[in-house]
Ligand binder design. Sequence first.
Ligand code: DGJ
Length: 741
Amino acid sequence: MQFFSSLKSIRNSAVLVSALLVFISSQKAFASVQFHQDTNVFRLDGGDITYVFGINDQGQVQTIYWGKHLPAAQQFTAAQPAAAVASFDAPVNTTPQEYTGWGGALYVEPDLKVTFPDGNRDLVLKYVSNKVDENEIDLLMKDISREVYVTLQYQVDPKSGILRRSANIENRTKQPFTIEQAAAGTWNLPRGTDYRLHYVTGRWAGEWNLQQQPIHGGKTVLESRRGTTGAQNNPWFMIDHASTNDQDQGDVWFGALAWSGSWEISIEQNAVQDLRVTGGPNSFDFAYYLKNGEHFQTPNFYGGYSDHGVGGASRLLHRFEIDTILPHAPTPKLRPVLYNSWEATTFNVDEAGQMALAEKAATLGVERFVMDDGWFGQRKTDHAGLGDWYVNPQKFPHGLKPLIDKVHSLKMDFGIWVEPEMVNPDSDLYRKHPDWVLNFTGRPRTEGRNQLVLNLARPDVHDYVLQWLDKLLTENEISFIKWDYNRNWAEPGWPAVPVEQQKNVYVDFTRNYYDILAQLRKKHPNVEFESCSGGGGRVDLGVMALTDEVWTSDNTDAYDRLLLQDGFTYAYTPGVMMAWVTDSPTWVNQRTLSLEYRFLSSMQGSLGIGANLNHWTPEDFATATKMVANYKSIRETVQRGSLYRLMSPREGEQSVTESVSQDGKQAVTFAFLHSSTQNYPFPRINLRGLDENATYTLNPLTGKVSSDTPASASGAYWMHRGIDVELRGDFQAMAFTLTRQ
Ligand code: DGJ
């Protein structure tokens, strides 16, 4: 038990060494953290969750329990390492540890892997001490012989019980060493055999496809090797039991990484069917050169639990994002209705054209006018101009001011598109600084959309980007930046620094990206930001802390969007999910959809309009004006409320969602019919999340309900008897609200 000799903590009594409670009385939420010295057990409680781990007699930090809140009086016995399964699986592989170094006979995914300058690669971490503070625990671990220290950091959110985990790695040796893998931590789920994994996959214009698969022995890796988050996988997971298969019931464990660089979440069922989920920066091609005396802070890995099915889990995550992650949390600003010029004008922006669009947008009730790509440098197509962030004098002979003044005179605020991390080879910037891009000396530079990636890890590139963005915001009354990023990395070299530091690019790039956003937000606190990466390619809890909204997808086909938005909202709140109404037929599928349908689809998130208003008829303007007004009457419920998935667009011909406002006074339901078949009526809609005993008044926003529907009824009636709607044909849609009396 030598590992406990330096144990320090706050002393209250002989047995319960520390027990701290954090109350948030207005929200009836509390968190507590405790350390039981007699058993070496730590316990965190928050929301409806209890999380328990202990120090076993090997000095390993071992998970004991993660799940539904247990009575405060519940005692836990000391953690005990697993027995060896066979000579092939040493106990280190089957003991559910919170954080393991790669060393000894470890074959499961490690959290930390290090190479020392003398060639030693063995790292065995043991517990040293703890620090308990309000709703946080820091656990110090150390290698058995070398001065490598790791602080495991835990914080429990009082309201949701979601835990924030990270690790801080410290080099107190006398020489630098190389970190080759640095996870935030490992989540251990209870032993089980019928787990099912939910995750999302995608690609450009086809993001957010929800996937479900049974978990069997072995490992599944969700990842991006692309330099940034990517649309192909998203750093989020949910795990439930395949046997429950319910939106609102059953155990669900979930997690999300707050990291916008290459990332990795591995889900591994080991030899004794324990389930381990390890997450952090991607270990592929990874290295971070940590000098002696330096620390390496991993990204945060959030994890939560709900016994209310995948629906309950995503509602908990949405609420957590709103209350703790987003800028201005717990009261992030509601998203204004915006107009964006991209699909209307592409690169052909100019002062007169943008003013004409702004005038038309303003008549609809639009609150923000955003000029997209094409306003700067020699940007006439995507072949030139990126990197040269001066206002194009042919398109805007008097600068941006006349357009911005015009937009303000129309009572809208002004937003603008930028793509700061990119450069076209055909640009003044690249001609001057060809060494500023990611590259390996003497090797090809692979272009994507005719552009290269600036190496934001370089201090000079960081400073250049920060400086021109700051200047743009200082010199112009800009309220909103759409920050785009339209390709992934290739040849990720950084020849300007010593070889052993070149792979630091994976971390330093992302850190500098965050730093620029943070500095701009600080200096220009009224400016809002959108994270866009050719659509939904950079959405994660890291970037969400620094941006107010995200662009969901370049696919604006309103029917496709039902599927994409469904997948998106498993992980992220609809309050940040930008959804534009664009022209029909869409470029994506050549599908023709009514304007009302397109609006209803977009109204499930943060409403925007991206159509070419020059082509709209007076009837279109009338419909759109009505729908924008409707949206404003339900926006708070959609953006901040609790989302219930009543019929999935992935199953059958219908799709229905319902949002219930935080105060419970309003419920909004959207119903979509893909295609009527065989004269079947639309299935009855049974609402959820209402107060059984309260009375709610029905108000169709668009479309019809069946003639026997009462004008008002109890919550119990709407939930148990349900409501019939009149939807027939192809691609029909309607929406209604219920207002509590
Ligand atoms: C990709 C974005 O997703 C679009 O909305 C648009 O901004 C274009 N880039 C502009 O190049």
